[in-house]
Design a protein around this ligand. Structure first.
Ligand SMILES: NC(=O)c1ccc[n+]([C@@H]2O[C@H](COP(=O)([O-])OP(=O)(O)OC[C@H]3O[C@@H](n4cnc5c(N)ncnc54)[C@H](OP(=O)(O)O)[C@@H]3O)[C@@H](O)[C@H]2O)c1
Length: 258
């Protein structure tokens, strides 16, 4: 199937490793031109080179997206290099595990800033550019734990990931008349070299074997390519009737009925 993404301009945040890097690769394979960011310049440059080897034109910016003007800088870089924006993938995010009682105002505001405000600022900066193109696609990388209870210690992560899904749903309503679609994806446990699950498997192999058996019906972790396939589809005009939805990509790990 031709995904009709050839020549489209896609911004992917946090694309120097893991899921973001996988998504950027998926979009590159379909012919997108890419604007990517991460804080660490070295890994980002390596990711950019890898994307160029796939045939993509790439602009990269080493920046901390939690800084107030960073999102605008990234969007401007895409516009200066490629003349506009068609796709935004909000992938930057992280976790902070703590019992709720021990969480501080600072924990809450820092993780909200990292998981939510970075995505909102990037999207706000890109909307006028997508409007100029007559439409676009925004994808938020949430989590199955934005759709259901993740468990003790995850109050902040759970809340921020639910907030992304909730806001995306409203953005979809507001932007539908302009042809800008807004969706979120909810990955389950995704393993890649150097990622958090990879580390845990190496540190506690037996516990992780039990985790897989109890929680992952397919008997394995997900891959970044499997998340990238879904995001690439949502980014593409092939997903023209999909907006305001949240799609799990979790091999049935999630327990939500909806
Ligand atoms: N892995 C999973 O199993 C899983 C499951 C569900 C949902 N998710 C979600 O998927 C997304 C990606 O997860 P991942 O496991 O691939 O994460 P990761 O390995 O930690 O990668 C995060 C990426 O974002 C960049 N980044 C982090 N903070 C940044 C900042 N302040 N400014 C700019 N770039 C920043 C990182 O590069 P630098 O560190 O160099 O900045 C890196 O490129 C996250 O939103 C996560 O919550 C992951």
């Amino acid at each position: 199937m031709d995904m009709e993404l050839e020549g489209r301009v896609a911004i992917v945040t946090g694309a120097s490793r893991g899921i973001g890097r996988g998504i950027a690769g998926g979009l590159a394979r379909e012919g997108c031109r890419l604007a990517i960011c991460a804080r660490g310049a070295e890994a980002l440059e390596e990711a950019a080179r890898e994307l160029e080897e796939l045939g993509a034109e790439v602009v990269s910016r080493a920046l901390d997206l939690t800084e107030p003007h960073a999102a605008a800088t990234l969007v401007s870089a895409a516009v200066e290099a490629f003349g506009g924006v068609d796709v935004v993938v909000n992938n930057v995010g992280g976790n902070r595990r703590k019992p709720f009682e021990e969480t501080t105002d600072q924990d809450w505001s820092e993780l909200f800033d990292l998981n939510v405000n970075t995505a909102f600022r990037t999207t706000r900066a890109a909307i006028p550019e997508m409007r100029k193109r007559g439409g676009g696609s925004v994808v938020f990388v949430s989590s199955i734990f934005g759709r259901e209870a993740g468990g003790p210690g995850l109050s902040i992560y759970n809340t921020t990931k639910s907030a992304m899904i909730s806001a995306a749903r409203i953005m979809a309503l507001e932007l539908a008349p302009e042809g800008i679609r807004v969706n979120s994806v909810a990955p389950g446990s995704i393993r890649f070299p150097g990622g958090s699950w990879d580390r845990r498997v190496k540190e506690q192999p037996e516990a992780m074997e039990a985790f897989v058996e109890e929680n992952l019906p397919l008997g394995r972790f997900g891959t970044v390519e499997e998340v990238a396939n879904l995001v690439t589809f949502l980014a593409s005009p092939r997903a023209s009737l999909l907006t305001g939805t949240c799609i799990p990509v979790d091999g049935s790990q999630g327990r939500s009925l909806i």
